[in-house]
Unconditional design. Structure first.
Lengths: 297, 190
């Protein structure tokens, strides 16, 4: 199912993950990275915001605290069977208050593109600009109350295939998602829970445009994450992302994943997930490996 | 490749299955602050005394009282090696603080022996141990130091490093840190 390129890509990420483990043993504390604790900045989610893999969290990306600026860059690869997604971006966190992000998603239709008459390897490209503001709470230190860290954000998306999107029934080639997100770390148990409500018109997060023949209004979608900290460096978890169903010709399913994240230090983290994306256009049961690397400055 | 995917998913699911249920149960019952000792899967030597209903600590006082006692953390106290273990921990911790350029300015001119003694007493009391805290409250003892969140977190990192060095289990570490973290409200002045 996977082309050679995809296989090599995923494997090299996994090898890097194993390699970094040995490196971490030798690595002592580095004193110059920002003031947040390891892994408490989350990783980069699909649209470039700090969070889990699929959903944004209330955390502000980067390891900067109140008087610091932190920055991250990420590369994510998802192989689902019939398709693959290359996703890269950068984010900057200002004073643990504001997060600005940019991501570019390239969704390759592989042979499905040929079946649909678009040509093998036809690719949808989407740019996402994100803004997130922390409005209340602190993830780590409010450990004596149920108060979560709460943020609001938006993700503005622009797809480069307006013609194809119009043909399949999408109403627009750009759109803006708005979300409210709350993240609670139960420090004593090492358990992190996140809930996000996203208002969106996006079809397959915007890869298939915005709005459609079945629906063209904003719908609230629930996104949930749970992560368990095994050590300061390792976390495992699961995520769920509800999706709208706006297009008559292409049924859209909710997304799930289970993941392992590893941050040997504040400059790098790796996430490997097994994701179930359900039906995507004409292909059911799109499941596969999600691999992501993030570097921080 | 299919095999690899199946394997990866299986490993992830197994990790989840092993690690999560206890925590989920605790969250579901809203007991993250008053977890009965017998639920602590890391507690290897739970004796009869620990299975009694723990006294409910006044969580509101955690921010004002520098050394609130949590009798239900007695198994964690044992995981720290009791008072002798805490004394060793503070030796390692102080050494680390003095090596850390972020922390050194706060400690190099302090009475280090006294700071260590007070930290041993404070951690001992918090973990339900038979100690008396003889130090000052958090607000007055940190008022002149100009500590911000980055300083506070840097100290937590050095403490985590020292606890790892002493082989204290991650879950036990986090149970202590969860009691210490709210003190940022008195300690940080910037």
């Amino acid at each position: 199912m996977f082309n050679k390129h995809a296989r090599r890509n995923t494997l090299s990420l996994m090898l890097a993950l194993v390699g970094m483990n040995a490196y971490a043993v030798e690595e002592d504390k580095d004193f110059d990275a920002g003031g947040k604790l390891l892994l408490t900045g989350g990783v980069s989610q699909l649209e470039g915001s700090a969070g889990g893999g699929l959903t944004p969290w209330a955390v502000i990306g980067g390891y900067g605290t109140a008087d610091e600026i932190g920055a991250n860059a990420f590369y994510t690869r998802v192989n689902t069977g019939s398709y693959h997604l290359d996703d890269a971006g950068v984010m900057v966190g200002f004073y643990n208050r504001v997060e600005l992000s940019f991501a570019q998603q390239r969704f390759n239709t592989e042979q499905v593109g040929g079946l649909l008459g678009l040509g093998d390897g036809f690719t949808f490209k989407q740019n996402v600009i994100g803004l997130k503001v922390r409005v209340a709470g602190d993830l780590v230190v409010d450990s004596d109350s149920l108060m979560p860290q709460i943020s609001v954000g938006l993700q503005h998306k622009k797809n480069n295939q307006a013609g194809v999107l119009a043909f399949i029934g999408a109403k627009d080639d750009s759109g803006t998602d708005f979300y409210l997100t709350a993240t609670k770390l139960f420090l004593a148990d090492g358990l992190l829970l996140n809930g996000t409500v996203r208002f969106t018109k996006a079809n397959q997060i915007g890869i298939l445009g915005f709005g459609g023949d079945k629906n063209d209004s904003y719908k609230p979608q629930l996104e949930l994450s749970a992560a368990y900290l095994l050590s300061p460096q390792w976390a495992v978890g699961a995520e769920y992302r509800m999706k709208p169903n706006n297009l008559g010709i292409a049924k859209e399913d909710d997304w799930f994943d289970v993941f392992v994240a590893y941050a040997p230090n504040k400059h790098v983290s790796f996430t490997v997930a097994y994701a179930d994306l359900g039906n995507v256009v004409i292909k059911d049961n799109q499941r596969g490996v999600y691999a992501s690397v993030q570097v921080g400055f | 490749m299919k095999k690899l995917i199946q394997y990866a998913s299986l490993v992830s699911l197994l990790l989840l299955a092993f690690q999560s249920p206890v925590s989920y149960a605790q969250v579901a019952t809203g007991q993250q602050d008053e977890i009965p000792a017998e639920e602590d899967i890391q507690a290897d030597d739970v004796d009869a005394a620990d299975t009694e209903e723990p006294a409910t600590p006044n969580t509101a006082s955690a921010s004002a009282n520098p050394a609130p006692a949590y009798p239900e953390l007695l198994p964690v106290y044992r995981q720290f090696g009791e008072e002798a273990g805490l004394v060793k921990l503070m030796d390692v911790f102080m050494e680390k603080l003095l090596l850390d350029p972020r922390m050194r300015p706060f400690f190099e001119n302090a009475d280090q022996a006294k700071v260590k003694k007070h930290l041993v007493e404070q951690f001992c009391v918090i973990l339900g141990g038979p100690c008396q805290y003889s130090g000052r409250d958090m607000k007055s003892s940190h008022a002149m130091l100009g500590i911000d969140r980055a300083n506070f977190n840097a100290l937590v990192e050095d403490l985590q490093w020292a606890m790892n060095k002493q082989g204290i289990p991650f879950r036990a570490q986090n149970k202590l840190l969860a009691k210490l973290a709210p003190m940022h409200r008195e300690i940080e002045t910037k």
